[in-house]
Design a binder for this molecule. Structure first.
Ligand code: ADP
Length: 474
């Protein structure tokens, strides 16, 4: 390959235009970082009703295509179709998936390939994400197999959450426009249904997911969601590349929401934020009481069942406990109860971005006892804020948090292994023990803030993967 590498990045959600989860953050941040490394990259997503065309200066280029420009001059193309995308939400309404999702995202995938031709952008790589864009690599190896325009195009597929696979009834297979041969055990068939993610995994040239440990875990029955066999088959083409965080948004030296800015060389400012948080939360104001924070979706995935088992024991210790989260009603009830029982707790059952900054900055310890975690952002953000993460050794948490060793003084957090309430409690006791030695603790805080989880680093790894793929003979 000579000249500048061309990449078409396909994602069904992109920050700041449309977001339901972490995929949108990746799709809005990674392409500009790759552009910074000299990659010619364009992004494609559906033109949902919720996207404000005036606010983002989106310009129409023809009847069903529009374009906007984001950082580093990256162009984002919007595929328009009123029937499919002019509705309240991205994928579902009132918790129920739209019945025509297969048709909607088939349209998105087919139009994306047509768009590349229309704008004469011959991609070296098409990078697809999750089930919504999984038909693209399948089309390239079937319908477009002999198409001269895409002759040299390779595909990369990234799994952001294996739990969402794009499952549809086999009766609808004709919607995809694919030959029925592809609906087989070696293709899109999955226990009698269509599985788009499975197809994406089988037909892409390379597969990535959002951490190395999660890449290993999903090859096992415990975390493979039924696709472990497929992933094992593709294991030589599967790797993990850690997500980054937007360091500007989460920079304690600059963040305007904080009472006082601070950094690794001036951590005293962190304690002003702790006092501020205690005031907001109507907790006793004291620099010395260890403050444990947690910000999470209230879902089983997040380890709340083991936390529930020992929560009374935790809050009966000389600590303060602040929780911010929404989700499963059973956890709302549990934490409502804790709030009424203990005065050293402050429970916020809502989504509140501003309070999240305050908790990240004002807490001493950040809890993430997840059952599974593909990458996890909370631990990365808290490290940036010098708040020491206490996590379970799983997925992206295992790749980013190193258990503190009191003898070697190495590590940036506290880690426990077994998914058991006792193990969580033991890790909290260990953390509190270190907390009592303020000199050691302050070093831990300053060290945490020096960890680097920038997108720049992740973008370099994707760039390396693209180059390797393009130089391979296969
Ligand atoms: P997941 O994507 O599985 O929910 P992550 O740790 O990857 O978990 O990312 C969660 C992100 O959402 C973090 O940035 C966290 O701060 C934020 N968040 C979660 N719940 C809330 C809430 N109730 N209010 C504000 N921010 C929240």
């Amino acid at each position: 390959m000579g000249g500048i590498m061309k990449v078409l990045f396909c994602s069904s959600e992109v920050v700041p235009f449309a977001k339901t989860g972490g995929l949108a953050d990746v799709a809005g941040t990674l392409p500009p970082e790759l552009a910074n490394l000299g990659v010619n990259i364009k992004v494609v997503l559906p033109y949902y009703k919720s996207i404000d065309s005036k606010k983002f200066e989106i310009k129409k280029i023809d009847k069903d295509t529009s374009v906007a420009v984001i950082q580093n001059n990256v162009e984002v193309y919007f595929i328009e179709n009123k029937r499919y995308f002019d509705r309240a939400n991205l994928y579902q309404y009132n918790g129920v998936d739209y019945r025509d999702n297969l048709e909607r995202f088939t349209y998105y995938c087919q139009q994306t390939l047509r768009l590349a031709k229309k704008i004469k952008f011959k991609p070296d790589i098409i990078h697809c994400n999750d089930w919504q864009s999984a038909l693209i690599p399948i089309y390239l190896k079937t319908i477009y197999k002999d198409d001269a325009f895409f002759k040299k195009t390779k595909t990369v597929f990234t799994i952001h959450n294996l739990g969402y696979q794009g499952l549809f009834s086999k009766e609808d297979f004709s919607v995809t426009g694919l030959d029925y041969d592809v609906f087989s055990m070696e293709g899109l068939e999955f226990y009698g249904r269509i599985n788009l993610l499975k197809g994406g995994l089988l037909f892409s040239d390379k597969i990535t997911t959002v951490s190395s440990t999660y890449a290993d875990e999903i090859q096992t029955p415990q975390f493979g969601c039924g696709l472990e066999g497929v992933l094992l088959k593709r294991k030589n083409d599967l790797s993990g590349i850690l997500n980054g965080i937007n360091c500007h948004d989460w920079d304690p030296t600059q963040n305007k929401t904080l009472t006082k800015n601070y950094g690794p060389d001036a951590i005293a400012g962190k304690y002003h934020n702790k006092i501020d948080l205690q005031k907001i939360c109507k907790l006793k104001v004291s620099k010395n009481i260890p403050l444990l924070g947690i910000i999470t979706r209230l879902a089983d995935q997040k380890g709340l069942d083991i936390l529930a088992e020992v929560i009374d024991k935790i809050v009966q210790m000389p600590i303060q406990f602040v929780l911010l989260g929404t989700g499963d009603p059973k956890y709302h009830k549990l934490f409502e109860n804790i709030k009424n029982k203990y005065r050293n707790t402050s429970i916020h059952l809502s989504f509140d971005a501003k309070l999240a900054y305050k908790i990240y900055a004002g807490s001493d310890i950040f809890l993430m006892p997840s059952y599974y975690e593909p990458c996890g952002l909370g631990q990365l953000i808290s490290l940036n804020f010098g708040t020491i993460p206490l996590v379970r050794k799983i997925g992206g948490l295992a790749d980013t948090v190193v258990d503190y060793n009191p003898f070697t003084k190495q590590g940036n957090g506290f880690v426990f292994d077994n998914y058991q309430a006792g193990a969580l409690l033991e890790a909290i006791k260990r953390a509190l023990c270190v907390y009592n030695d303020s000199e050691t603790w302050n070093k831990l805080v300053a060290g945490a803030m020096k960890c680097n989880f920038s997108w720049e680093k992740s973008a370099k790894e994707y760039n390396k993967l693209y180059k390797k793929l393009l130089s391979s003979k296969k």
